[in-house]
Design a protein around this ligand. Sequence first.
Ligand code: UDX
Length: 430
Amino acid sequence: MRVTVVGAGYVGATSAVVLAYLGHRVTCVERNAARLDRWLGGEDPLGEPGLAELRGQVAVEFTSEACSIASAEVVIVAVGTPMDDNGRPDLSQLDAATAEIGGLAADGAIVVIRSTVPVGTCDRLQNSTLRRLRVVSNPEFLREGQALQDAFFPDRIVAGGPPEAQRPIEELYGRILEGRDLPGNPRQEGPPPLLWMSARSAELAKYAANGFLATKLSFVNEIANIAHAVGADASAVLGSMALDPRIGRHFLRPGLGWGGSCFPKDTRAFQVIAEGAGYDFVVLRAAIEQNARQLARFAKAIERAVPSRSTVGLLGLAFKAGTSDTRESPAIALARRLIRGGLNVVAYDPGVQQFPDEPRLSVRAALVEACADADAVVIATEWPEFAEMDLTALRLVTRGDLLFDGRNLISPARAALAGFRYHGVAGLGD
Ligand code: UDX
């Protein structure tokens, strides 16, 4: 099929390269000149594992021109819908893209909305700007650092729109739905189903998944805090939960909170959607509140333990391991809070070499450099390098003996053996 993808960000570029791999003729439109130049130069500006290599094997035309929309059978919209100041999704990029598509696309073309949008957006577009076309909601469930695996071997493909659009969507994802001749590790469960539903249901399905995952994590963090408060072992308790298939073994790692460019944005937007429908979403509100408290508890424990003007060696800046993405990163929020409290923060992250947005934050190129003369070492991102570091050697370069482990990577016994006073993420007191 002739496919135009609008937006060469994390979802758009991954979709473009994957669809080209499936044999479609794909053009990817990107208006950000810096990002477009890097794609044109054969790079992947997102740093997604495997994406640059795969892009080099397929024919995707990256361009700033939208003219390919006129001859496209399918136009995929993958522009950003960032959170604005009051938690509402900013749809300005979406409205600009769909207005252009509405004027250019051939009658009857399929417009696939992959961006995360409020429930009812596809219906609104179908009845206005995109009246001549067929609008389909097709939310993505890609995890950063694993986008290609999640794209080629999704658990499910969720889509919804006018009945006559189902067949073209089945054709678009052909070999993925058949699980045939794809790069990566096939799921044991076999090929994914196409879950065809209404556009509103598909839009809600995205928020429901991310809202549930965020709520699960907030609950897990509460369990870790309570376990510590009652003298139980959080890892043993959570490990027992993992064996219950109704709970599932993923997303059971307590930490200093969830972040990233999706969960904070999508949970706030979900709240706004519920409020707009006159519904008081008490469970999600509690999950968002708990997440804010989780970080504050951890920060307060550090502030209480070290004199003001002390130096903190901060290990981790990315919102999660395996990515260089610092958007809505709990590690960055922690660094900013410690700096505001008068501490000197020196950071190291294997995926993040600089952080110009916070000039008072020093970033070093090596772990030992960031911790040299530190009064306390703080682990904020779950990089394997931090779980495996030589604590005895580290203790020789730090000034203080405090180790705050925001991702529960280090066993307390191992920390004590190396001469550190250890604080895990759980039960740090109010
Ligand atoms: C998420 C959703 O998983 C994905 O389906 C959606 O399309 C986009 O948002 P992502 O934001 O890339 O993906 O990160 P994810 O791996 O889901 O982790 C989200 C946050 O939860 C991170 O801050 C991570 O550190 C945290 N987390 C995750 C934990 O604290 N503990 C865990 O056990 C797992």
